[in-house]
Design a protein around this ligand. Sequence first.
Ligand code: KG4
Ligand code: ZN
Length: 347
Amino acid sequence: MIIIGFESSCDETGVAAVCTESGLLSHALHSQIAMHREYGGVVPELASRDHIRRVAPLTREVLSRAGLGMDDLGAVAYTAGPGLAGALLVGASFASAFAWARGVPAIPIHHLEGHLLSPLLADPAPAFPFVALLVSGGHTQLMRVDGVGRYELLGETLDDAAGEAFDKSAKLMGLGYPGGPELSRLAERGDPRAQALPRPMLHSGDLDFSFSGLKTAVLTRMKAIESAGGGAPDPGAVADLAAATEAAIIDVLAAKSLAALRQTGLSRLVVAGGVGANRPLRRRLMDAMPALGGEVFFPPLELCTDNGAMIAWAAAQRVRTGLADLSVHEGSFAVHPRWDLRAVCAP
Ligand code: KG4
Ligand code: ZN
């Protein structure tokens, strides 16, 4: 079956076509980063309006690139949550209208399930079961994944997500939006040992995270750097702080991920979500694997951040495993701005 999938939960409009048997056929993405940059973060109303402008042209692009006609589509998938309500509504209403018009099912997908299953698009793909480190702008979770729809939460952040820690720290350092990649780029020029930052909950004995204390420490250091420079911060000191911040976040993410492998006795670790694009994090986890006898898997770099492929692909996996409701619902759909992943787990 060929499925077209739509992602519009935040600031990326993503559309993709997948085949349940052969995988990804084509995908197209429009990032709103440039539009939101001047506001220093995502403006929800602007995000919704831009999704409306982009979704139809991207759909045409995906169909023509894959050489598909409307009649080839067996189902439509869309991100039903969690995310920004207005942004979700654009993708959900477009997808549902599309499905209704074609007389095919519309499959609602949980955004995090999309991220969780996206590493299966990589070659080689990890076999189940595995531990997943889900690190995005809104989520930091360690999950045990035994199969499609079989997810068990092992630990999560008690406050800020890892991506949020990157973004907020970057903002304090006067960097642009989104802060993660910008901070990481600046960190390459800094010395992580020049500033001692806390590693929150590193020794808490569980698999939970906390990043809000780190943000406060960065704020204090940044104020000190500013006052030492008489209002004009020394660029070298800011680069050192960026390197120290990145090192602190990576230390905690890596330590807890390895602890999750030890605790579950599993040998495969899968990293998903936007922060999974962070190269030093990738390197650290890859370097740690030989000693553990484990393996680490990442989605293709362009599929780490939000995209339509992961949504179409998650729907394909749910169809293959009999977890998708394939009845045709004429005209009805719902979005869930807050949505517990357990709601989409297999019974
Ligand atoms: O998964 P994603 O695209 O959107 C959400 O579902 O949140 O993740 C976006 C997050 C942002 O916080 C962004 O700063 C972070 O991923 N990010 C990075 C990198 N690339 C994206 N953080 C650190 N290093 C990167 N290279
Ligand atoms: Zn995401």
